[in-house]
Design a protein around this ligand. Sequence first.
Ligand code: SAH
Ligand code: SF4
Length: 344
Amino acid sequence: MKKDIRKLSLEEIIQALESMNQPKFRAKQIYEWLWNKSCIDFEQMSNLSKDLRNALQESFFINHIEENITQKSEDGTIKMGFKCNDNRMIEGVLIPADNRMTACVSSQVGCSLSCKFCATGFLKRERNLDAGEIYDQVVMLNKQSIAHYEKPLSNIVYMGMGEPLLNYDQVMRSIQLITGEEGLGMSSKRITVSTSGVARGIIRMADEGKKFNLALSLHAATDEKRNQIMDINTSNPLDSVISALSYFYQKTGNKITYEYILFNDFNDSDEDAKNLIKLCKKVPSFVNIIEYNQVEGVSYTKASEDRLNRFTMILEQNGIDAKIRKSRGKDIDAACGQLANKNK
Ligand code: SAH
Ligand code: SF4
């Protein structure tokens, strides 16, 4: 059976080539084709001999995802549906703004965590994506960005389908491929990993010593409320998550971003704001107040404009750095929490 060459590290490719009596620099060339030039066809590796290309073809294949459907929202957001090698489907989103072009990528097919408000959570988790499949989304969204907006990606957020920290190793490898000199060479400062609160994963990430950003999908500032909407909170209560975040901050010096969806009559009262303020004082942070995107079959609804403004004002008056994030790409189900492989 042919092996996926993208699963191999550079060291492993060097070894494989040694057994084919090929010098080390050939392995480097191949690695460069794979990750620097995003090549998915041995035939196109033009600085390798025909014989070597054939030999590679016999032992290996290049696993990759393919564009299946691309939709553009009235606000310019572009959603891409991708088909994996095993016919499973995932989605990635390009979010254009004046000062940045952001790619939002998936880390799993579905999600195992079933947060009560999230469309992805209603799908079952089918499998983890591998690093190459995450990397491919970045490459293809970057092409869209250049084709439609004449600008390359500036930012990458792991906020698509799935919980990145439950696919820890592949997510870290994908970051390496996106940021490494041998890969796309993007700055890790422009990468944000979003988690629903896997404390152990946050601590591991802190220990990586890399300078990427971390967002926590908080949505409620007390265990009592968070337990009602996010199952993960029962095994990873707020105390454990906050102490992991504090460790992350100590290690990286990067402020934490809290994502807080404002739900009508659930977490939008003055008291909820005070609880959030208390929590925010524990670790240096920003707050994004997120508009809820209605998901079919969910009884939660979005907070009124008045509550949204009042809630944000209370945070600001108490010295919290808070911003309202308007939803993007809703008309094509590309907005936060809407990714569920249902193409309109
Ligand atoms: N699993 C990770 C990464 C996915 S990020 C995480 O949960 O952080 C997707 C973001 O969109 C999360 O902040 C999530 O809480 C939020 N979200 C989910 N459903 C949403 C909805 N219906 N409306 C707005 N935001 C939603
Ligand atoms: Fe999974 Fe994140 Fe959606 Fe929760 S919010 S179900 S963790 S993708």
